[in-house]
Design a protein around this ligand. Structure first.
Ligand SMILES: [Zn+2]
Length: 561
């Protein structure tokens, strides 16, 4: 795509009608506006894009009335309670790839967290979305982090293409989240790894990152008995058992030095927001005439959702703590006099563990049958067709993309796909099996993502050079995990709305809030932010559309809403 389009960037001729906050009077002597295009007169000086990993629209609705901190502030802005990560493969990497590119995975190329590429040199053929698999012959567990698989530019990159002195910064609890929101051309990018924050290979970490790591080390060494239970969490404080694991009553006690427990607790998000604040100062974000972009992805909600489910005391404590940590972050920006605009969303939704769902009025919730795993499918189809079953079908689990072993002849491949489809569609947990040929023949969907068919949802995840030979979609209520273990009792990733639907909240000081319940998409965020700062792009630049953030007759979308 279309880096050439950048040559066509023009000045936005319109004026934002959002109330202008008292800003920047205490700026140091403002740098001169560079020659060329200028930002919109009322453009926020800092665009902050926050993703809360696994923050479903359902969780936002459930907890909205309890928020008093940062999330309450954002809920007073422009609220889109039915945002959609509209594609079928609702995983972290694809979800983050849509937020600041304005494009669906079919165009970002990030079809999943992992895909199979049988042409890679190393033994393991699974490729991680945020690795450079050419740099190491090691396993996917020992990779070099890279944004190289992202096929399109991010908002921060588009802004830097027009205003080269603008800063593009990203920080997250996960490498793939920071990299997919930040993009290729980035000034600072940090993510949590092991016991502290790291950056790209070959880049010297900034002093502020080392300071943050020292603060985390002190916190880790001290340990902590855990969090008090907020009063409104009491009804959820009840044990439920999944396999060998019991969840529901946790308080996030931290044994000294236990970095794994630190990561799956509210402490991780607070550390990410503290580092973000340090980077605002170190990079002087929001203090120049042209807009800066700060992307933040907060991962603890996802680790907690996977480890404890969505409906226990753990998630309740987490969302209270996250609300508080975001409030402190915004207060720190306010104290610095920075004029910032915020969008907050999620990379995907989430679903509770089936053992608790079954108790709570959803008896059809269940775990996927092990017969759906690729090894079991390979055995059945291999025996039927007289093919070697070893690695006949390659897949990450019981659903999603499936690849066929590359040594098959075209006739063998066609027979194996047909046999797999017959086999799988006879399994009671399978909703659909859709082939790559069928997806390639399906137009990219338009209209409300709420009413897309399953094949349309899968089409939004389909990028032919990387996608599988077919896609397996499980029935609603069937989670892809075949079992439960420590840290992993529940998940997301399905084509169903509990995993697709996320909140989208825009906020800026002084703006008039409104609520728009009709479905919108996360690919609408980038065009909305681009217009907010006066970055004018050709109308076909994005898969999404500009959302007008002005509650009245004015528009933040300029000439092409
Ligand atoms: Zn995620």
């Amino acid at each position: 795509m279309t880096f050439a389009r950048k040559a066509m960037l023009l000045i936005a001729p319109f004026t934002l009608s959002l109330a202008q906050p008292a800003l920047a009077r205490n700026h140091p002597a403002a740098a001169p506006v560079p020659a060329g295009p200028v930002p919109a007169a009322d453009a926020p000086k800092l665009v902050i894009a926050i993703a809360i990993d696994q923050f479903s629209a359902d969780l936002f609705a459930q907890y909205r009335a309890q928020f008093t901190g940062g999330l309450a502030r954002l809920a007073s802005g422009a609220v889109f309670p039915s945002g959609y990560q509209s594609h079928a493969a609702t995983e972290t990497c694809p979800g983050h790839s849509t937020i600041l590119t304005g494009m669906r995975p079919a165009h970002t190329g990030i079809i999943a967290n992992n895909w199979f590429d049988q042409s890679v040199a190393r033994a393991a053929k699974s490729v991680y979305c945020a690795e450079d698999e050419t740099k190491t012959a090691a396993t996917p567990g020992d990779y070099v982090a890279s944004v190289g698989h992202l096929l399109v530019p991010t908002l921060g990159e588009r802004i830097k293409a027009v205003w080269p002195t603008s800063r593009n910064v990203a920080v997250s609890g996960k490498d793939r989240a920071a990299l997919m929101m930040g993009g290729h051309r980035i000034d600072d990018v940090y993510w949590w790894k092991g016991k502290g924050f790291v950056t790209l290979e070959g880049v010297t970490p900034a002093h502020v990152a080392l300071e943050q790591n020292a603060a985390v080390a002190t916190e880790l060494a001290a340990g902590d008995p855990g969090y008090a239970l907020p009063a409104d969490c009491a009804a959820r404080d009840r044990a439920v058992t999944a396999g060998t694991v019991t969840v529901g009553t946790g308080r996030f006690a931290l044994a000294p030095g236990d970095a794994t427990a630190f990561r799956a607790s509210p402490r991780l998000d607070r550390a990410v927001l503290e580092l973000a604040t340090r980077l605002v100062d170190a990079d002087r974000l929001g203090r120049a005439p042209t807009p800066d972009v700060l992307a933040i992805s907060l991962s603890a909600t996802d680790y907690i959702g996977h480890g404890f489910g969505t409906q226990g005391a753990e998630m309740c404590i987490q969302l209270h703590q996250l609300d508080s940590a975001l409030g402190a972050f915004f207060a720190a920006l306010d104290a610095r006099g920075i004029d910032y605009g915020v969008v907050l969303t999620a990379d995907h939704g989430g679903f509770d563990l089936p053992e608790r769902l079954a108790q709570q009025a959803l008896p059809q919730a269940e775990r996927a049958d092990r017969a759906l795993l690729p090894a079991a499918l390979s055995e059945r189809v291999g025996a039927k067709l007289g093919l070697d079953p070893k690695g006949l079908f390659l897949a990450e689990g019981t659903s999603g993309d499936v690849w066929l072993r590359k040594d098959l002849s075209p006739d063998q491949k066609a027979a194996a796909i047909a046999a797999a489809r017959t086999d799988l569609t006879a399994q009671r947990q399978v909703a659909a099996v859709i082939t790559a040929d069928e997806l390639a023949a399906t137009p990219l969907p338009t209209g409300s993502p709420e009413t897309w068919s399953l094949i349309q949802r899968a089409r939004a995840s389909f990028y032919a050079p990387r996608s599988g030979d077919f896609v397996v979609i499980l029935k609603r209520g069937v989670i892809s995990l075949t079992g439960a273990g420590p840290g992993y009792v529940a998940t997301h990733g399905s084509a169903w709305d509990y995993d697709r639907r996320v909140p989208i909240l825009f906020w800026r000081k002084g703006m008039t809030g409104f609520e728009q319940p009709s479905p919108v998409e996360t690919v609408d965020i980038a065009p909305s932010l681009a217009a907010w700062v006066g970055l004018k792009l050709p109308p076909d630049t994005f898969d999404g559309r500009c959302l007008d953030l002005d509650a009245g007759p004015g528009s933040t979308c300029g000439v092409h809403p």
